[in-house]
Design a protein around this ligand. Structure first.
Ligand SMILES: Nc1ncnc2c1ncn2[C@@H]1O[C@H](COP(=O)(O)OP(=O)(O)OP(=O)(O)O)[C@@H](O)[C@H]1O
Length: 217
């Protein structure tokens, strides 16, 4: 269970009152998908960055299964992220960008190479194995980033508009992959403006309103 309790954050470089202080509280159980919606600039990326450990809260509690993440650096948290910028390694081919999700040192044996190839086929990228990210379209890059995150198989998946710009067939294929991970107990926090994504995946929804999360029916 992911738990945020009164997690307070403010951007110090902003003028007082210019941006609301953020104060987030939420719970997310294994296998559950919570969708977060809100206006542009409402604080959705800020929430994900706090959970991932890229920003440090001023106060409050953040943890997983009762253990505080307060002093845990991002790379030790049991989660994986797909943020809007896809963070691909431009000098590495597609197979290696995906393979990093399985082995960060890229020591892949036959089994791991097969997982990469099968994964690429599942997201419609079978011909792209050896291409560099700069030779892919935006939607293809997005699929590479998502596949890498899915192959990591961490207990918590943080997704920021992960399906925007994908065509219907690819979107459905990726929904299927995310659902399969939920069934294995992966918790998903989904930031999305897209009502179809939310209908397809979310068990619950909440809205970011003036720096606070408000549950939606
Ligand atoms: N480094 C920063 N310094 C100061 N203010 C920031 C910084 N990063 C973000 N903000 C401000 O914090 C607020 C929340 O930003 P955030 O990126 O979390 O919003 P968002 O809901 O993800 O927006 P979008 O949907 O447009 O991506 C915005 O008003 C933004 O301008």
């Amino acid at each position: 269970m992911l738990e945020c309790r009164d997690l307070v954050f403010h951007y110090t470089e902003a003028e007082p009152g210019e941006i609301p202080d953020f104060c987030f509280s939420l719970e997310l159980a294994p296998g559950e998908c919570l969708a977060v919606q809100g206006p542009s600039g409402g604080g959705k990326s800020t929430l994900l960055s706090l959970i991932a450990g890229f920003l440090e809260p001023a106060s409050g509690w953040l943890g997983w299964k009762g253990d505080s993440w307060r002093d845990l650096p991002p790379w030790q948290r049991p989660l994986t992220t797909v943020f809007q910028e896809h963070n691909l390694f431009e000098h590495l081919p597609v197979w290696a960008n995906v393979g990093l999700g399985i082995a960060p040192d890229l020591r892949l044996g036959d089994v791991e190479h097969r997982r990469v190839r099968e994964g690429l086929a599942r997201v419609g990228l079978e011909g792209m194995h050896d291409r560099l990210p700069g030779e892919l379209s935006g939607g293809q890059r997005q699929r590479v980033a998502l596949l890498r995150a899915l192959l990591r198989r961490r207990p918590l998946l943080l997704l920021d508009e992960p399906f925007s710009g994908l065509d219907a067939a690819n979107r459905e294929a990726l929904w299927e992959q995310v659902r399969a991970q939920q069934q294995e107990g992966v918790a998903v926090l989904l930031v999305s403006h897209d009502s179809e994504d939310i209908r397809a995946l979310a068990d619950r929804r909440c809205q970011l309103d003036d720096g606070r999360l408000v549950a939606q029916a």
